[in-house]
Design a protein around this ligand. Structure first.
Ligand code: SF4
Length: 72
C-alpha cells in the first residue's frame, strides 16, 4: 500500500498543499504541513500538489503491508 507523507524538515509552511487539498493536508500548530488523511491519495490533485510543493517535501511512499495497520 502507499502512504502520503510530508517531511516537516523540508516543509516551509507556504500553505499551498493545504490550500489545494484541505482533505489531505493541514497546517499544524507548528506552522508546517501535516497529512491528515490517507484515503484516495492517488489522484490528480495530489499529483499536482506534490509537483507544486516548492521544497519537494511531499512524497507518496510504498510501504510494506505485512501487519494490519490500525493507525489510519
Ligand atoms: Fe510545506 Fe510543501 Fe505544503 Fe508548502 S506545499 S506547506 S512547503 S508541504
Amino acid at each position: 500500500m502507499k502512504k502520503l507523507e510530508v517531511d516537516q524538515n523540508k516543509c516551509i509552511g507556504c500553505g499551498m498543499c493545504a490550500g489545494m487539498d484541505p482533505d489531505h493536508f493541514e497546517i499544524d500548530d507548528s506552522g508546517l504541513s501535516t497529512v491528515i488523511n490517507q484515503d484516495n491519495i492517488e489522484n490528480e490533485t495530489i499529483s499536482q500538489v506534490i509537483e507544486g510543493c516548492p521544497t519537494g517535501a511531499i512524497t507518496i511512499e510504498e510501504i510494506e503491508n505485512e501487519e494490519k495497520s490500525t493507525d489510519m
